[in-house]
Design a protein around this ligand. Structure first.
Ligand SMILES: *Cc1c(COP(=O)(O)O)cnc(C)c1O
Length: 434
């Protein structure tokens, strides 16, 4: 097959990368060719969908202006909710820079929907680490859902990491809310595609038609042509410093879905009775609009970076989840680094290839909300933004690095090559057989 890309860094006086790594990069890139075409097709579809939502909702110049104080009649905020809802295929949305993170938006959704005595059932095993305290799986007396009398149950994943549909059918009986996590989080189980989510929701609603399904949509937005609302989810929730913020939103999160559920969440975020009608946007509207506008293409760049990562790491003998040929439902690639030395070299190498803070060396630390030490490379324009090239890993078996993001494929690819160079320099790579 013809080489379609020039493997050499083109900047004079530019990066010095071991020749064998560059040769391998060209091989990995050639293996990406059909995958890249598919990614471009999805981006085009989603980009058109987003543009249509801007036009249909008559986004105007004054929507970019901010508001202060109570934020009554903040047009930019209200129109953004409508645009976002349409792009997600939802009836309504709550898009706010005042969500401090994805976990906060998810917390708001859970506390918004659940009442004392209700049961929440996780259909996809143990939820993401930071949700454990929110649910009340790590002690009591702190205002968790459990403290407020909300019961928790879960359907464990099957040994192969896929949802247990038969068990879901049984366990959702009598529950108020079903919780689905689309992305893998810090685990190696497969990310759920929208088709798979549809299958689970069908089982859950087949058994309990009144159940309210909440999907943690983090990292999934715009990776496929539809979102989980099309699969029957009542609410989807995510972070704006991941996919739908397009790398431009400074902070924030969203909740989208059925109008009455979104309103309940808004009551929780602000006050009962006030809901969506208050909350000034300061000067954040423009970044959120522009970020959403860019998001399908930025996600495409992140997906290309992910596919390249999976191909080159697999060629180097590191197992990747998903494998290069698997269908993706998010932008994450988990790479099994085998030991702490490889892991640390790789993460620190990613940091070296970041546009911001490239000169610092990240170390493992006790991050709030996580129960083992985590090492993170995050040289991002927005602190902690993981739509930007980033890699993080809990320092525990099986020493998996979770790699995600890449605002542009050009810089994402180079970030990965610099990480490999760092591993090579520290004798963590065996390249002689290539
Ligand atoms: C990122 C993420 C979250 C939210 O994390 P924050 O850091 O609080 O934004 C929740 N669930 C999953 C699966 C995630 O990947």
């Amino acid at each position: 097959m013809a080489e379609i890309f020039d493997p050499k860094p083109v900047v004079k006086g530019g990066f010095v990368i071991e020749d064998r790594i560059l040769k391998l990069a060209a091989k990995a890139e050639a293996a990406c060719e059909s995958g890249f075409l598919e990614i471009d097709r999805t981006a085009r579809f989603n980009g058109e969908k987003v543009l249509k939502a801007f036009i249909d909702n008559r986004v105007s110049e004054d929507c970019m202006n901010g508001s202060s104080g109570y934020g009554y009649g903040d047009k930019g905020r209200d129109v953004l909710d409508a645009v976002f809802a349409q792009a997600m295929g939802a009836e309504d949305a709550l898009v706010r820079h005042t969500f401090v993170s994805g976990t906060h938006a998810l917390t708001c959704a859970l506390f918004g929907i659940l009442r004392a005595g209700d049961t929440m059932v996780s259909l996809t095993g143990r939820p993401y680490d930071t949700l454990e305290e929110v649910i009340g799986l790590r002690g009591s007396g702190n205002g968790s859902l459990a403290d407020f009398g909300v019961k928790y149950d879960q359907v464990d994943l099957q040994p192969d990491g896929t949802p247990d549909v038969a068990e879901i059918f049984k366990k959702v009986k009598g529950a108020k809310c079903a919780y689905i996590q689309r992305s893998r989080g810090y685990s190696l189980r497969p990310t759920l595609t929208v088709d798979k989510i549809a299958e689970i929701i069908k089982a859950a609603k087949g058994s309990n038609p009144d159940i309210i399904v909440i999907v943690d949509n983090c990292y999934g937005e715009f990776t496929e042509k539809t979102e989980p609302i099309a699969a029957g989810a009542d609410l989807i929730v995510g972070s704006l410093i991941k996919n739908p913020g397009g790398g431009l939103a400074h902070t924030g999160g969203y909740i989208a879905g059925g109008k009455k559920y979104v309103e309940q969440c808004a009551y929780r975020l602000t006050c009962v009775g006030m809901g969506k009608e208050v909350g000034c946007s300061l000067n954040e509207n423009k970044a959120m609009y522009q970020g959403l506008f860019f998001a399908p293409d930025v996600v495409a760049n992140a997906l290309k970076t992910a596919l390249f990562t999976a191909n080159i790491m697999t060629m180097l003998g590191f197992e990747c989840y998903p494998a290069p040929t698997e269908k993706r439902g998010d932008i994450i690639t988990a790479v099994l680094m085998k030991n702490p030395d490889n892991l640390t070299a790789f993460i620190q190498g990613i940091q070296k290839g970041s546009p911001v803070d490239s000169f610092v060396a990240p170390e493992a630390w006790d991050m709030p909300g996580y129960d083992s030490q985590v090492i993170m490379a995050a040289g991002a324009f927005n602190n902690g933004a993981s739509i930007e090239l980033s890699a993080d890993a809990p320092l525990r078996e099986p020493y998996a690095a979770y790699v995600q993001g890449g605002l542009t494929y050009t810089t994402g690819r180079m970030g990965i090559l610099l990480a490999l160079q760092e591993m090579f320099d520290r004798k963590c790579l065996k390249l002689f057989e290539l």
